[in-house]
Design a protein around this ligand. Structure first.
Ligand code: NAG
Ligand code: NAG
Length: 304
């Protein structure tokens, strides 16, 4: 009985919230709209796909005519925003922006007349850039989460992360063309997660390690998947740093017997196994397995 009552209350609440029209009644087919609550404030969550600059602007014009509540997030996928000269009006309160394969220009974001000062997360995927422009984050004082995955970045300019020193917690630069951990990251003193997987980073030099270690005091996770863990690696400053702070996510790529192993929990002795020792380890592991198997079989049949 009570369950039925609760069910009806929920149904009534849901239909009531639909009456308080938040999303426009008629929408362009390329975008969908939903409501979301952020910091106790109701706002809109817009998702667009297969659109272009002109249609996006048109959509935002229509939206502004029909609704008054702020837009909290905009997510655009597989679109053609190359010619978009400015971000559409109405994004003044936007907290989350995602562009995935849209061709949007970094300059459009940097020079947008809409201030992005409430932006908390910015994610750009599958684009072709080579460098993060200067002063790019100047207005984004609240940005805690930045992802630039598969965007072709090979170099990070000296002041790329200026203005993010006090806010950024998560940085993902996955699937780019970096050959070493960018030193500029050392200025991001509150960073907790740094994802650099699928780049060409196989070593981390000692002097770079000292700089990172002395500034990245909050780092819990450093995701690297191409590290060369050949014998001698365990003595490097990098290996010592990762192990002594138990920072997770660093994985060996080679030699083959360490492929995929997590650096922070791999015993030091494992790095310099000679060939015969290596074989011996595999051999004893096999014997151990066999014994356990026998024990299991014995237990099963012993019980019968
Ligand atoms: C980007 O879009 C592609 C194609 O629509 C999709 O497969 C992929 O999961 C998206 N990536 C992210 C990170 O959302
Ligand atoms: C990995 O490191 C070892 C020892 O420092 C070196 O001999 C080897 O060439 C490195 N492998 C690659 C692919 O760079």
């Amino acid at each position: 009985m009570l369950q039925v009552l609760v069910y009806f209350v929920i149904v009534i609440l849901v239909s009531f919230s639909n009456c308080v029209q938040n999303c426009p009644t008629k929408l362009l087919d390329s975008c969908s709209c939903d409501t979301s609550i952020e910091d106790g404030v109701i706002g809109l969550k817009i998702e667009c796909r297969n659109t272009d600059g002109k249609r996006l602007n048109q959509f935002f014009r229509q939206l502004r005519e029909e609704v008054q509540i702020p837009i909290h997030s905009l997510h655009v996928t597989d679109s053609k925003l190359k010619d978009l000269a400015d971000l559409p009006d109405g994004l003044i309160n936007v907290r989350h922006l995602v562009f995935n394969n849209t061709g949007i220009d970094f300059e459009t974001l940097r020079q947008s007349t809409t201030s992005l000062s409430y932006l908390k997360s910015l994610s750009i995927y599958n684009e072709q850039y080579t460098e993060i422009p200067e002063l790019f984050f100047e207005e984004m004082h609240e940005l805690t989460h930045l992802e630039l995955n598969d965007v072709g970045i090979a170099v990070i300019s000296e002041d790329a992360f200026n203005y993010l020193e006090d806010s950024l917690r998560v940085l993902r630069l996955r699937g780019n063309k970096l050959r070493s951990i960018p030193i500029e990251i050392a200025s991001l003193q509150h960073l907790e997660i740094l994802d650099l997987r699928d780049n060409a980073i196989c070593v981390v030099a000692d002097d770079l390690t000292y700089k990172l270690e002395s500034s990245l005091k909050s780092l819990r996770k450093l995701q690297l998947d191409r590290i060369n863990c050949s014998c001698g690696f365990e003595k490097t400053a990098f290996a010592s740093w990762i192990r002594s702070y138990a920072i997770r996510g660093v994985r060996c790529y080679e030699p083959s017997h360490l492929h995929g192993r997590e650096l922070s929990i791999t015993p030091k002795e494992d790095f310099c196994l000679s060939h015969s020792e290596h074989n011996l380890v595999s051999f004893s592991a096999m014997i151990f397995l066999l014994l356990n198997l026998l024990k299991m079989v014995f237990n099963t049949y012993g019980a019968i």
